[in-house]
Design a protein. Sequence first.
Length: 147
Amino acid sequence: MYSEKVMDHFQNPRNVGEIENASGVGTVGNAKCGDIMRIYLDIDENEIIQDVKFKTFGCGAAVATSSMATELVKGKSIYEALKITNKAVMEALDGLPPVKVHCSLLAEEAIHAALWDYAEKHGIRIEGLEKPKSDIHEGEEEEAEAY
Ligand code: FES
């Protein structure tokens, strides 16, 4: 039921850990299942994401999507990172079972939350970035229908 890539990223997650004095930190949870994810971004003066780490207290799909999301944003500019959707993360993993699609929203929203934190700390506004939710369960049904 899970692709090989999902199993690989679940069993060997990339970029697990934390970054001290990170440029931005984002924490997002889903109150319905109780899963939580935190993403740390290290962003240089050219707004390029030099390093990224994550910690996920969650299901296997949440771990795999967090791992893939960190791989996709590493080395990207903050604007490129902003465009990485949960759909792109799922495609990079060769798909997720429909009941697990919502788990991929944690990674997308945690990246947005970390970018939001970075923007706030630096007194800048990132065009196109909306204030992230701390609980993705609100509005989850609407988002899930889009896929
Ligand atoms: Fe909660 Fe997967 S079941 S994130």
